[in-house]
Ligand binder design. Structure first.
Ligand code: DX5
Ligand code: ZN
Length: 224
């Protein structure tokens, strides 16, 4: 799966930017990745629930909301209630991640747990059975266009093994620095869903960039 991040799109034309990757066929995004930043959990501020609600009105592709915010226990369920397909919170910020996942499910969304590059998976193994996606950050969260951190692939391999051996049931998602040069190693490590911001919206034709990334991921994916 390819999830273009609108963080690298033109914020004055968000609806059109989403539509550009929503046309059926190879150029279509599987999810639209929406980066919500609060200026506290990360040193950047983007959009919040009112804008996401507007995007939900027009989007024909499921929204994957990545909340880089403090106190997700309080704020994340609102995104689920509004109709986001997947709501991802940061493990480092959540106070009661199990309860939070339950609340997201009760509100009708899938629940995602994200870990920053230096956050070990081990601390969250008992929590992850409650989640549908694990978002492994391959850059420090906060900004698009940063360089991929290959060391996080150890966590991807670990998560892949846990899923393949039946210990976890979730999608392994990666976010940060994914482009034509890095997607193959991530696919080989076992990623299911690739977030790509600058590699998609920095390209002349975002749809074609998606098709190309997907092709590369398929060729190098551990399950073909
Ligand atoms: C970073 C965001 C990412 C970002 C990725 O904090 O979570 O989703 O948009 O951008 P690229 O693909 O350019 O690294
Ligand atoms: Zn993101």
């Amino acid at each position: 799966m390819i999830a273009p991040s609108i963080l690298s799109s033109d914020f004055s034309r968000l609806g059109e930017e989403i539509e550009a990757v929503s046309v059926d066929g190879d150029t279509r995004a599987d999810w639209i990745h929406v980066d919500v930043m609060d200026g506290h959990f990360v040193p950047n501020l983007t959009i919040g629930l009112p804008v996401v609600r507007s995007l939900l009105q027009v989007a024909r592709v499921p929204l994957d909301c990545h909340l880089m915010i403090e106190d997700p226990d309080r704020w994340a369920p609102g995104y689920a209630e509004s109709g986001a397909h997947n709501v991802t919170v940061h493990a480092e910020a959540a106070r009661d991640p199990v309860m939070l996942a339950k609340n997201l499910h009760a509100a009708g969304a899938h629940a995602g747990l994200s870990v920053k590059p230096n956050t070990p998976l081990d601390d969250y193994l008992d929590v992850l059975p409650h989640y549908d996606t694990l978002l492994i950050m391959s850059v420090e969260p906060g900004f698009g266009g940063q360089e991929f951190i290959p060391e996080v692939l150890d966590k991807v391999r670990r998560a892949r093994r846990l899923v393949d051996t039946g210990h976890l049931r979730l999608l392994v998602e990666i976010d940060g620095g994914i482009n034509n040069d890095t997607i193959e190693q991530a696919a080989e490590a076992g990623v299911d869903c690739f977030v790509a911001g600058s590699a998609v919206y920095g390209a002349e034709d975002p749809g074609r960039a998606i098709a190309h990334l997907r092709q590369q991921a398929r060729r190098h994916g551990c399950r073909g």
